[in-house]
Write a protein that binds this ligand. Structure first.
Ligand SMILES: C[S@@+](CC[C@H](N)C(=O)[O-])C[C@H]1O[C@@H](n2cnc3c(N)ncnc32)[C@H](O)[C@@H]1O
Length: 228
């Protein structure tokens, strides 16, 4: 089969190549010529694409699993908790060219790299902050949020998602929550730990639309798609 990069059948501004059952993912490079974290750049027809590796990004691992719900639109405002040095958020920046992504990160070294990596990406606003304390970054966030993406290795992952949703998320907005069981309990039963986090979400009156294992790409992780 001839190599071809084409639109993802469902997710706006996401691109695929190869077998639809097990595609390679790409985003169109917002800043052509620049690779953010060593990912492959590929020129196809008139555009440059960045390969999006599901082993490096849990969001890519989720998309590979083809969730039912579509959480990208042409323009959305996103709060990204645990932005680190900028791997996944750089792909969100390629996707969400008309909206804003606020990236919260508490490790000074990572935020320094994030600032460097997003210097030319005008839709990323890096914030040095602790996701446990959403009120502390309220003076930096100027829009109601449509989508929260959370990937923080903390023992209280559901609680952090709930607090930030209450503070920033629109009614009807979506949370994509990466849950890493090992950060909650390193020896406990996986299902028990995941269920405990899901119950906490349910008690906060949020609806879990989908629960998807991404263990093939990220050990001991599930992704929840949650609606406020
Ligand atoms: C697994 S890494 C995130 C990787 C990133 N999401 C990506 O795909 O490019 C988790 C990040 O969360 C950050 N983090 C952990 N606890 C946090 C907190 N309470 N507030 C903000 N950031 C936090 C860590 O410093 C780390 O950079």
């Amino acid at each position: 089969m001839e190599f071809e990069i084409r639109n993802h059948p469902k997710f706006y501004n996401v691109y695929i190549s190869g077998n639809p059952e097990n595609p390679k993912l790409f985003t169109k490079n917002l800043i052509p010529g620049i690779s953010v974290y060593g990912e492959r750049l590929i020129q196809f027809r008139d555009f440059e694409y960045r390969e999006w590796d599901p082993y490096r990004s849990k969001l890519a691992a989720l998309l590979i699993k083809n969730p039912i719900h579509n959480f990208f639109s042409k323009k959305f405002n996103c709060l990204y908790l645990g932005a680190s040095s900028g791997t996944t958020i750089s792909h969100l920046s390629d996707i969400n060219t008309e909206g804003i992504i606020y990236g919260v990160e508490f490790a000074p070294r990572s935020i320094r790299q994030l600032i460097q990596n997003s210097e030319k990406r005008n839709n990323i606003i890096p914030i040095l902050g602790d996701a446990n304390l959403p009120e502390n970054y309220a003076n930096t966030i100027f829009n109601k949020i449509d989508l929260i993406y959370q990937d923080v290795a903390q023992p209280n992952q559901a609680e952090i998602a709930i607090k930030n949703s209450e503070y920033y998320l629109k009614k009807g907005g979506i949370v994509i929550l990466a849950i890493k069981s090992q950060s909650i309990d390193s020896v406990g039963n996986l299902d028990k730990i995941f269920n405990q986090e899901k119950q906490a979400i349910g008690k906060a009156n949020m609806e879990i639309l989908e629960s998807i294992s991404i263990q093939k790409h990220a050990e001991k992780h599930i992704m929840l798609i949650i609606k406020k």
